[in-house]
Design a protein around this ligand. Structure first.
Ligand code: HEC
Length: 109
Protein backbone atom coordinates (compact mmCIF):
# COMPACT_ATOMS: atom_id res chain seq x y z
CA UNK A 1 0.00 0.00 0.00
CA UNK A 2 2.69 2.45 1.04
CA UNK A 3 4.71 2.60 -2.24
CA UNK A 4 1.60 3.02 -4.28
CA UNK A 5 0.43 5.98 -2.24
CA UNK A 6 3.82 7.58 -2.71
CA UNK A 7 3.41 7.30 -6.45
CA UNK A 8 -0.13 8.60 -6.64
CA UNK A 9 0.27 11.84 -4.74
CA UNK A 10 2.87 13.42 -7.09
CA UNK A 11 0.61 12.54 -9.99
CA UNK A 12 -2.33 14.22 -8.30
CA UNK A 13 -0.24 17.27 -7.46
CA UNK A 14 0.96 17.66 -11.04
CA UNK A 15 -2.53 17.17 -12.43
CA UNK A 16 -3.81 19.86 -10.09
CA UNK A 17 -0.97 22.16 -11.11
CA UNK A 18 -1.66 21.64 -14.79
CA UNK A 19 -5.36 22.36 -14.31
CA UNK A 20 -4.86 25.54 -12.31
CA UNK A 21 -1.99 26.68 -14.52
CA UNK A 22 -4.07 26.03 -17.62
CA UNK A 23 -7.01 27.95 -16.22
CA UNK A 24 -4.83 30.93 -15.34
CA UNK A 25 -3.19 30.98 -18.74
CA UNK A 26 -6.58 30.67 -20.37
CA UNK A 27 -8.14 33.59 -18.51
CA UNK A 28 -5.07 35.70 -19.21
CA UNK A 29 -5.28 35.03 -22.94
CA UNK A 30 -9.02 35.63 -22.98
CA UNK A 31 -8.62 38.99 -21.25
CA UNK A 32 -6.71 40.31 -24.26
CA UNK A 33 -9.34 39.38 -26.84
CA UNK A 34 -12.20 41.86 -27.29
CA UNK A 35 -15.45 40.02 -26.51
CA UNK A 36 -17.04 40.66 -29.91
CA UNK A 37 -14.06 39.62 -31.98
CA UNK A 38 -14.80 35.92 -32.25
CA UNK A 39 -18.44 36.66 -33.05
CA UNK A 40 -17.42 39.16 -35.74
CA UNK A 41 -15.02 36.69 -37.36
CA UNK A 42 -18.03 35.02 -38.98
CA UNK A 43 -18.72 38.23 -40.89
CA UNK A 44 -15.34 38.11 -42.62
CA UNK A 45 -16.58 35.50 -45.09
CA UNK A 46 -18.54 38.22 -46.87
CA UNK A 47 -17.19 41.50 -45.51
CA UNK A 48 -13.46 40.74 -45.31
CA UNK A 49 -11.20 40.52 -42.28
CA UNK A 50 -12.54 42.78 -39.50
CA UNK A 51 -15.21 43.97 -41.93
CA UNK A 52 -12.65 45.84 -44.02
CA UNK A 53 -13.32 44.12 -47.35
CA UNK A 54 -12.91 43.08 -50.03
CA UNK A 55 -16.47 41.88 -50.25
CA UNK A 56 -19.89 43.34 -49.73
CA UNK A 57 -20.42 46.63 -47.88
CA UNK A 58 -17.51 47.65 -45.65
CA UNK A 59 -18.51 47.38 -42.00
CA UNK A 60 -15.22 48.31 -40.32
CA UNK A 61 -14.97 51.38 -38.11
CA UNK A 62 -18.73 51.78 -37.67
CA UNK A 63 -21.17 50.68 -35.01
CA UNK A 64 -24.06 49.08 -36.91
CA UNK A 65 -25.84 47.65 -33.90
CA UNK A 66 -29.13 49.44 -34.64
CA UNK A 67 -29.21 48.23 -38.25
CA UNK A 68 -28.25 44.67 -37.28
CA UNK A 69 -30.90 44.47 -34.59
CA UNK A 70 -33.52 45.64 -37.11
CA UNK A 71 -32.32 43.01 -39.58
CA UNK A 72 -32.55 40.31 -36.93
CA UNK A 73 -36.15 41.12 -36.02
CA UNK A 74 -37.81 42.06 -39.31
CA UNK A 75 -39.25 39.68 -41.87
CA UNK A 76 -36.47 37.87 -43.69
CA UNK A 77 -35.86 39.50 -47.05
CA UNK A 78 -32.18 39.20 -47.77
CA UNK A 79 -28.91 37.56 -46.87
CA UNK A 80 -28.18 39.88 -43.97
CA UNK A 81 -31.54 39.33 -42.30
CA UNK A 82 -30.69 35.65 -42.13
CA UNK A 83 -27.16 36.35 -40.89
CA UNK A 84 -28.35 38.69 -38.14
CA UNK A 85 -30.90 36.15 -36.92
CA UNK A 86 -28.07 33.82 -35.97
CA UNK A 87 -27.16 36.05 -33.02
CA UNK A 88 -28.82 37.31 -29.87
CA UNK A 89 -29.17 41.09 -29.46
CA UNK A 90 -26.39 40.93 -26.88
CA UNK A 91 -24.09 39.16 -29.34
CA UNK A 92 -24.93 41.71 -32.04
CA UNK A 93 -24.09 44.50 -29.60
CA UNK A 94 -20.75 42.91 -28.72
CA UNK A 95 -19.70 42.26 -32.30
CA UNK A 96 -20.86 45.75 -33.38
CA UNK A 97 -18.79 47.33 -30.62
CA UNK A 98 -15.79 45.32 -31.77
CA UNK A 99 -16.24 46.23 -35.45
CA UNK A 100 -16.55 49.91 -34.48
CA UNK A 101 -12.97 49.75 -33.15
CA UNK A 102 -11.46 48.28 -36.33
CA UNK A 103 -9.77 50.59 -38.85
CA UNK A 104 -11.53 51.28 -42.15
CA UNK A 105 -9.82 50.24 -45.37
CA UNK A 106 -9.57 53.80 -46.64
CA UNK A 107 -11.86 53.16 -49.61
CA UNK A 108 -9.73 50.57 -51.37
CA UNK A 109 -12.52 48.13 -52.18
C1 HEC B 1 -23.20 35.33 -46.56
C2 HEC B 1 -22.59 36.63 -46.69
C3 HEC B 1 -22.67 37.59 -45.52
C4 HEC B 1 -22.27 37.38 -44.23
C5 HEC B 1 -21.66 36.12 -43.61
C6 HEC B 1 -22.48 38.64 -43.54
N1 HEC B 1 -22.99 39.57 -44.38
FE1 HEC B 1 -23.45 41.50 -43.94
N2 HEC B 1 -24.06 41.80 -45.83
C7 HEC B 1 -24.08 40.85 -46.83
C8 HEC B 1 -24.68 41.42 -48.03
C9 HEC B 1 -24.87 40.71 -49.34
C10 HEC B 1 -25.01 42.74 -47.68
C11 HEC B 1 -25.65 43.78 -48.58
C12 HEC B 1 -24.49 44.56 -49.14
C13 HEC B 1 -24.89 45.54 -50.15
O1 HEC B 1 -25.62 45.16 -51.05
O2 HEC B 1 -24.46 46.69 -49.99
C14 HEC B 1 -24.62 42.95 -46.31
C15 HEC B 1 -24.81 44.15 -45.63
C16 HEC B 1 -24.44 44.36 -44.33
C17 HEC B 1 -24.62 45.59 -43.59
C18 HEC B 1 -25.22 46.87 -44.14
C19 HEC B 1 -24.06 47.70 -44.59
C20 HEC B 1 -24.44 49.08 -44.96
O3 HEC B 1 -23.64 49.97 -44.70
O4 HEC B 1 -25.52 49.25 -45.54
C21 HEC B 1 -24.13 45.40 -42.35
C22 HEC B 1 -24.09 46.38 -41.20
C23 HEC B 1 -23.65 44.04 -42.30
N3 HEC B 1 -23.84 43.44 -43.51
C24 HEC B 1 -23.08 43.48 -41.19
C25 HEC B 1 -22.69 42.15 -41.09
C26 HEC B 1 -22.20 41.57 -39.89
C27 HEC B 1 -21.95 42.30 -38.59
C28 HEC B 1 -21.98 40.26 -40.16
C29 HEC B 1 -21.54 39.18 -39.20
C30 HEC B 1 -22.42 38.98 -38.09
C31 HEC B 1 -22.32 40.04 -41.55
N4 HEC B 1 -22.75 41.22 -42.07
C32 HEC B 1 -22.20 38.83 -42.20
C33 HEC B 1 -23.60 39.58 -46.76
C34 HEC B 1 -23.13 38.97 -45.61
Amino acid sequence: MEPRRKLISPILVSLFGATVGGALWHSDAMAQVPPGRLLASQCSQCHGTDGRGPGFAEIAGKNKYGDLRDMAHRRVEGVMDRQARGYTDEQLRLLSEYLATTPESGGGN
